[in-house]
Design a protein around this ligand. Structure first.
Ligand code: FES
Length: 374
């Protein structure tokens, strides 16, 4: 949570996930080059490096785009969401190495390790009498043709967007750009994805007769499209609005029985177009906006931990009675007044300003264990 700038927010869990990520990428790069050499021993190692890093970046992009929808289907994917931004930055560097290459001897502490990967820019555009970057844009000018369109340009567009996202991925930028602008900027990952699908597909068509790569890109596109559509359908079903108030003077709507909500958990409903999370905890019922101030995470899918509603995505916390983060943090979300009528929960249709204190409805257990309500 953002009260001060810290250059990197690593913790033990993130370090473990990062090490697993780097290990998986290392294994993939090794298997890619090793199996390609087995199949075609005459292949140039330099060209293989370019394909290995480019395909690793493209596969990682599919993983990143799959995490959000998968978390909607199964909470066990949430730890991946927690680590998604590190994946994004790693993906950008893989794409960058695909373009400009990488030489370990350029890094002082690693200069004894003889590892060098060539980049596409110098491998394909360094043999003429113009600068490689000029050759990249001037080598193919069939901008009016669909099939012969310069696929390199699409790759540059995708990488430029991923660069913008990587340098603004820290919470420092989220706090300074404000959540809506930051979110809009980071939604451009779908523009980058479209550009990179075009880059890989046209690259395969123009340079490689084998249809395997084109088919693989098509399957990836279908996968990303289908899981996003299914997740959107699930959200839409969940968003079914509750019935409006019974009378014009009653601003409270019946959202269901207290028995529907497990302890420390919430029910999410849409009231007057707003998603509201109604939590049951410590014998009380309180309602806050479902939208986390960090990255719009679904607060109602989190739980109450140590008296605070804890966002399932990255752990931002809010007090259920006030919607405010505990000090020293400054985030806050709107609250909603709540009443209990028998065992039914009624929530006001009028949101309180963010951070407004409310009085939670209390559930009193009788001596014989039955519940009474206030
Ligand atoms: S969206 Fe990141 S903590 Fe809620």
């Amino acid at each position: 949570m953002s009260v001060a700038y810290k250059s990197i927010q690593w913790n033990r869990t993130k370090i473990i996930y990062d090490l697993l990520l780097f290990a998986a990428i290392g294994i993939y790069l090794f298997l890619f080059t090793y199996s390609a050499k087995l199949v075609s021993p005459d292949l140039e190692m330099r060209g293989l490096d370019i394909r290995a890093f480019g395909s690793a970046a493209f596969i990682l992009l599919h993983v990143i785009l799959s995490i959000g929808p998968l978390c909607r289907f199964d909470r066990r994917f949430l730890p991946l969401l927690y680590n998604r931004r590190h994946m994004g930055v790693t993906m950008f560097f893989l794409g960058l190495i695909h373009v400009i290459g990488f030489n370990l001897s350029d890094i002082p502490v690693l200069s004894n390790i003889p590892y060098k990967a060539d980049g596409a820019l110098y491998w394909y555009h360094d043999f003429g009498n113009v600068e490689p970057i000029v050759s990249l844009f001037a080598g193919n000018t069939h901008y009016g043709s669909l099939v012969r369109f310069p696929f390199e340009t699409l790759g540059v567009i995708g990488l430029a967007i991923l660069f913008l996202m990587a340098i603004t991925s820290h919470d420092f930028w989220l706090a300074n750009l404000t959540a809506p602008i930051w979110k809009a900027l980071h939604m451009s990952v779908y523009v980058a994805y479209a550009a990179l699908v075009g880059h890989v597909t046209l690259g395969a068509i123009q340079t490689n007769r084998h249809p395997f790569l084109t088919i693989a890109v098509g399957l990836g596109l279908v996968w990303i499209t289908v899981i996003h559509l299914l997740a959107a359908l699930q959200e839409r079903r969940r968003d079914r609005a509750v019935a409006p108030p019974a009378t014009a003077t009653d601003h409270y709507v019946d959202i269901g029985s207290i028995n529907e909500i497990p302890d420390t958990r919430a029910k999410i409903v849409t009231i007057a177009g707003e998603r509201v999370a109604i939590f049951k905890y410590d014998g009380k019922i309180a309602a806050i906006s479902n939208v986390c101030q960090h990255q719009n995470g679904p607060l109602g899918e989190g739980k109450v931990i140590d008296g605070c509603v804890t966002c399932p995505w990255h752990g931002y916390q809010y007090l259920p009675e006030t919607g405010a983060s505990p000090p020293p943090f400054i985030e806050s979300v709107p609250t909603f007044n709540v009443q209990l009528r028998d065992d039914r929960i009624f929530v006001s249709t009028i949101p309180n300003p963010p951070g407004t204190e409310t009085i939670p409805a209390r559930i009193y257990p009788d001596a014989d264990g039955a519940q009474s309500y206030e």
